[in-house]
Design a protein around this ligand. Sequence first.
Ligand SMILES: Nc1ncnc2c1ncn2[C@@H]1O[C@H](COP(=O)(O)OP(=O)(O)OP(=O)(O)O)[C@@H](O)[C@H]1O
Ligand SMILES: [Mg+2]
Length: 567
Amino acid sequence: MSSRYKPSAEPCVTTFDEFVRLADYSLMDTLNADPEATVDGNDHRPRQVFSGHFVPVTPTPLAEPEYVTHSSTFFKELGLSDELAFNEQFRKVFSGDMSATGEPMRQFGWATGYALSIYGTEYIQNCPFGTGNGYGDGRAISVFEGIINGQRWEMQLKGAGLTPYGRGADGRAVLRSSVREFLGQDYMQALGTPTSRSLTLYVSKSETVTRPWYSEDSHSSDPDILVDNPVAISTRVAPSFLRVGQLELFARRVRSNAHPRALEELRMIVSHLIEREYKSDINQNLSFADQLVELAKQFRQRLTTLVANWLRVGYCQGNFNSDNCAAGGFTLDYGPFGFCENFDPWFQPWTGGGKHFSFFNQPMAAEANYYMFWKAVRPLLAEDAEALEQFDQVGRGFPEAMQKQIQKMWAAKLGLTEYKPKLFEELIQLMIDSEVDYTIFFRELSQIPDDVEPLKKSFYLKTSQQIDEQWQSWLLSWRNLLINYGNLPEISTKMKQTNPKYTWREWLIVPAYQQAMEGDYTLVKELQEVFSHPYDEQSQEIEDKYYRLKPKAFFDAGGVSHYSCSS
Ligand SMILES: Nc1ncnc2c1ncn2[C@@H]1O[C@H](COP(=O)(O)OP(=O)(O)OP(=O)(O)O)[C@@H](O)[C@H]1O
Ligand SMILES: [Mg+2]
């Protein structure tokens, strides 16, 4: 997304009325609303939604909302002035009260249904009705679609109260998870990894919900206490929030002949996906079948690049199901995510995520999600054998395309123009043997040292003389390759643009959300600032605080090293 969108230079929207006038629902209106929906969006009880692409629903306003923060960077890109975040009507809308809006913006939002596949296996038990018709946005409600600086954006509140897809939960998000999502999303953008974007964050001064969590110094795997948390609404923004799981829902209905318009609704949602996410990359003059072949290629390209970027920056999504996989190919759902500190290829902060969603397994998880996408779109090609064959071929090529992107990424991390398998495998083994800090290691390596000593700053283990010798010989082979490529200072500069200096360290995030729960947002703002320039050298004070190995006390700490619940 970042590369396709040209940000604005000057803020031009300063009043709420100007903002409202940017609303444009012309694309959403080409889709089908649930025919059983209420006209006023008063639709907050769990129920089955049998057809249609969205359900109009009003958010539930936060009681006594207070401003926590907004993304100044993104406001600037959108051409919104910072004042707007403090505007009374704007604050109302983005804390869930749509009564303040006026035409062309509507006074209700919308939620969408989707299906779930975990690692390529279809699930329906997660729907309380056992049919799949009650699963979807249980607490996310979109409130705005409009064109800003030539780009269509959708704005979605998370934690905005119940929808028909609430499944017996409360529709809320707590401040802890909202701070994490807001900061994580902004940070990913600054890392140059495609992502949904953070807009605003508001908290309730009086409403709380109870969630299982970890007591202080707990080393338990599962939460051991119940905690009252303030509820919050964060707003995220993307060209669309279409997920692979959404396409699957409509394809499942086609397969089971759920209703007479099922195939047409599938066609509509896929063509909507092209319009919303791939318009600039797919020639609209092609036949629909050929557009689908292009869609398969483009999505493959985006998804493989995305996952290669995740590996580059040490990110583990944690729960990369098809319903957490944006069909536009960007990062979505900052729930049980984490960033790898002490290097472990199978790093996984979410206790429910298992090995299959772990750090180095993400390419496999992506392949499973891509397969579900492929399977969902395929029925639309039934009548064009030639296009179907091409479409299938693109699908079969996923593992190879993924591998290419990953190799390109590892080469770039090492300052090489070409992937060297033996060199890479030896490096990974040494990284494991020395238990390196993923970020500090690659950043120190970017200085292109000729000796292992400076790298030791990133080691969690004290290494033996034998390991040190292996490092020396590895460094020698690597440096010889680099010298053949050219100028070391130039390579070093490039490596520093690939290997960030500042990473997400959960033990430095915890104090920020804890402080925020007391009404003090200083640390949230400080993190926003640090995370907005992750590749830059920052002040000595920031370096001393944030460019640090994880302290021993936080290894295996519940809520820091691992978490079972993210909401
Ligand atoms: N507190 C809640 N109330 C209602 N529904 C919820 C709640 N928490 C999660 N859900 C729903 O359960 C499903 C799975 O949850 P998951 O944690 O993947 O999503 P999420 O973090 O809410 O959302 P998203 O994928 O929109 O970022 C989602 O459809 C979500 O809307
Ligand atoms: Mg989700």
